[in-house]
Design a protein around this ligand. Structure first.
Ligand SMILES: *Cc1c(COP(=O)(O)O)cnc(C)c1O
Length: 357
């Protein structure tokens, strides 16, 4: 079967090399040397000041809410993975959804401005498929209205915007290192911030509220990253440029094979360099999506409707009509894209897309 995405593993020897160190030290978790090495390597790779690695991206979102003292309303994008909305709801926030821009499908700053109330405390926007949000507009609005700005940058690893890692914007950027992501630690995530006190608080919150000076502060959780997970990240990180290059080549193959076809593409933003984490297409309508899904499944190819359904179907999220996000959710598909996919497989999948269209 050809899945939509497939985890990539580093050479086993690279991972085993790190395991030998773990066996020597018998230091398995709790702020171990491999975790510290991974955090330093990620800070260098991303050009970020502080990187706090966690057990997964969802806990990183929850910790971000607490590290920035966000209670009340959070205005969130409806076109994202469910965790972007469920994590703030889990933290007791009122999740209010505002519509996305038609071109990029990222949170529309004008729609956020219309959704503001006196209870609004934060904006939570996703760089969906690694396409940058309109940071100028969102950051200006946040600053004018004294709101915190969190970016869900789970899709943004390796993408840059205006010469800077897309994982370094906002008060906090949250990353996911889940196995299906471009870079992963099997399960994992991180908070990225420029603010030393926010980083210190996130470190305390991920470790039961333990203070660096000893003793305990506010209630924390257990969102620690083990040495085994950190080892996976360290073994994989040197391969990221090569992985992005392979994804870029496969995306270019899709582009060539689908040239001239009447399907809408997502727009990017000037100054953005893609990480080619996904290959999204907007088909003309939902019927075409279902037809394509069926035709591909007959060839043992999985087509994900990513993201479907629109998050205004969540029982805990408040939203008015979201015409852009709703229509996009009906029409979006992500074609299979992962480093081991072959150009022949890409051409065969693209051929089926052409036939169905
Ligand atoms: C994967 C993902 C998450 C959740 O991350 P986990 O590490 O699986 O908890 C959150 N937001 C987006 C946009 C994602 O793609």
């Amino acid at each position: 079967m050809i899945p939509t995405s497939k985890p990539f593993l580093p050479p086993l020897a690279a991972y085993v090399g790190y395991l030998e160190g773990i066996w020597d030290r018998v230091w398995l978790t709790n702020n171990g040397p491999l975790l510290l090495e991974l955090e330093a390597a990620l800070a260098r790779f991303l050009g970020a000041r502080y990187v706090v690695v966690t057990a997964n991206g969802t806990l990183a979102l929850q910790i971000a809410m607490r590290a920035l003292d966000i209670q009340g309303e959070v205005i969130c994008t409806p076109f994202t993975f469910v965790a972007t909305a469920s994590a703030p709801a889990w933290e007791g926030a009122d999740v209010v959804l505002a519509d996305v821009e038609p071109g990029t499908l990222t949170l529309d700053a004008a729609a956020v401005a219309r959704a503001l109330t006196p209870a609004t405390r934060a904006i939570l926007a996703t760089h969906v498929y690694g396409v940058p949000c309109d940071d100028d507009a969102l950051a200006a609005l946040a600053s004018r209205k004294d709101l915190r700005l969190i970016y869900d940058a789970a899709h943004a690893f390796g993408a840059t915007y205006r010469g800077r890692s897309l994982c370094t914007f906002g008060d906090i950027s949250v990353l996911s290192f889940h196995a299906t992501k471009l870079f992963h630690t099997v399960e994992g995530g991180a908070l990225v911030t420029e603010d030393e006190s926010v980083a210190a608080r996130a470190r305390s919150l991920r470790n039961f509220g333990t203070l660096s000076t000893g003793g305990f502060g506010e209630p924390g959780t257990n969102a620690k990253c083990s040495e085994f997970h950190a080892a996976m990240g360290l073994a994989l990180l040197p391969q990221v440029p090569e992985l992005i290059a392979r994804r870029a080549a496969l995306s270019a193959e899709y582009d060539r094979a689908l040239m001239g076809l009447a399907v809408d593409r997502l727009q990017s933003r000037p100054g953005a360099v893609s990480n080619h984490a996904y290959y999204p297409l907007l088909l003309p309508n939902e019927r075409a999506v279902l037809r394509l899904q069926q035709a591909l499944s007959g060839q043992d190819v999985q087509l994900r409707r990513y993201f479907y359904p629109c998050l205004n179907t969540l029982p805990y999220a408040r939203a008015g009509a979201l015409p852009v996000a709703e229509a996009a959710s009906q029409r979006i598909v992500c074609l299979p894209l992962y480093p081991d996919l072959t150009p022949e497989q890409v051409r065969s999948i693209a051929g089926t897309v052409r036939q169905v269209m």
